[in-house]
Design a protein around this ligand. Structure first.
Ligand SMILES: Cc1ncc(COP(=O)(O)O)c(C=O)c1O
Length: 413
């Protein structure tokens, strides 16, 4: 039988190795072509919020596919209208909010970049030139399209594709850094993730978002939150900003919103809702009936089953559970977006050891393991995770030099 790795190497764009050939999933479990079973605690990187093959997801896809799957954006569909109204309600935009439906996180953020341009260009007359500067935060990840890549400071991602968009300034991840950045002229917008998932589940310093809101109002700049990874309930609130007591001008979402169906959205608040006008933006697939119906079913189920309470409770249970495991130095994140900080730069080894033990997690940085399991997990999944993760950590700890291993296996303070 031909090796799937050979097929992948021959036919797929060479963008990185694949860890296994996954063929099916159910709940929090996936199986590979050799029928090995894995507990999926990465969830397609914070996407599969109802796990795999959830009946609500399957039913929504099947029903809508059998009814009306796609229409051009010359037409509206009931599913699309329902989703837009639902997102406005969940985000708390009030009447003035507006929703743009896209197909991915990068596309939602690309729309946000255009929103910043429309806003900045309004100053051409009053200030003699447009405001073109977009502030981003060190460690940010906003996507891989040219616009969003320009907002992503990581050199390894950005450098091969220079030149990037001009006038993107990277702000130090501190309130002082933020204040210093806002001292400059011509700022159109600040775009920021409330928790930086790709940077290793890095939290913003206390008061950062509140100060960002104050400064952006003061300087008439937009505050745009990238909640592609943190939104749609992942952190235990519909949107993470709701815990911070602020209202942005726009928020972007994707990932969990479709539970595995590709979909993204930008939701605007207040006057920012008036910036786009006919002809300025659109997408063939964005907001099509199929994607919209799935998102309605997924968000409706999260709401009716009160899964956000489970996200918060299971998050706390997991944090508590990993605290005393070997090599664990602490945790970051909120709800079911958790960064497990290791006491040595062995995240890649731990990820591989977990994989060998039938557990899927990832290693966004050298010393962080990220987990983003389904919102539906219960005691059984938590216990299974802790048991497999403990074994993986112990195996890696054993390979470390003895004195270090002893120190590292002590319970964290
Ligand atoms: C915060 C954030 N923004 C944007 C993106 C890009 O989303 P997508 O891969 O759907 O284009 C990601 C993906 O990881 C993300 O975590």
């Amino acid at each position: 039988m031909p090796d799937w790795n050979d097929d992948a190497a021959r036919d797929l764009m060479s963008l990185g190795g694949r860890l296994a050939l996954l063929t099916r999933g159910e709940g929090s479990w996936v199986w590979d072509a050799d029928e090995n079973r894995y507990l999926d605690f990465l969830g397609g990187i914070a996407v599969n919020c109802l796990g795999h093959a959830h009946p609500v997801f399957v039913d929504a896809v099947s029903r809508q596919a059998a009814t009306l799957s796609h229409v051009s954006n010359y037409f509206a569909s009931p599913a699309q209208l329902e989703l837009a109204a639902r997102l406005k309600r969940l985000a708390g935009t009030g009447e003035q909010g507006r929703v743009y439906l896209a197909n991915s996180g990068a596309e939602a953020n690309e729309t946000a970049v255009k929103l910043a341009r429309l806003h900045g260009n309004r100053f051409a007359e009053s200030e003699g030139r447009s405001r073109s500067t977009i502030l981003v935060v060190e460690g940010a990840f906003h996507g891989r399209t040219m616009g969003t890549l320009s907002l992503t400071p990581k050199a390894a991602y950005r450098d091969p594709f220079q030149p990037a968009l001009p006038d993107v300034i990277t702000v130090e991840r501190s309130v002082a850094g933020l204040e210093q950045a806002f001292a400059r002229e011509g700022i159109a917008a600040l775009i920021v993730e409330p928790i930086q998932g790709e940077a290793g589940v890095v939290e913003l310093p206390a008061g950062f978002l509140a100060r960002a809101r104050e400064l952006s109002v003061e300087h008439q700049a937009l505050l745009i939150l990238d909640e592609v990874q943190t939104g749609s309930g992942r952190t235990g609130e519909w949107f993470t900003f709701q815990r911070e007591g602020i209202t942005p001008d726009a928020v972007t979402v994707a990932k969990s919103i479709g539970a595995g169906f590709p979909l993204g959205a930008m939701i605007t608040f207040g006057a920012a809702s008036e910036l786009f006008y006919p002809g300025t933006h659109n997408s063939t697939f964005g907001g099509n009936p199929l994607a919209s119906a799935v998102a309605n079913a997924v968000l409706g189920y999260i709401e009716s089953e009160n899964l956000l309470a489970n996200v918060t409770a299971r998050g706390a249970q997991l944090r508590e559970g990993v605290r005393s495991l070997p090599l664990v130095g602490g945790t970051t994140g909120a709800g079911l977006l958790i960064g497990i900080r290791l006491t040595a730069p062995v995240a890649a080894e731990v990820r591989a050891a977990a994989h060998e033990r039938g557990l899927i997690v990832n290693a966004p940085t050298a010393d962080v393991i990220r987990i983003a399991p389904a919102y539906t997990i219960g005691d059984a999944e938590v216990e299974e995770f802790l048991s497999r993760f403990r074994a993986a950590l112990a195996a890696v700890a054993e390979t470390l030099p003895a004195p270090t291993a002893t120190t590292l296996t002590e319970a964290p303070a």
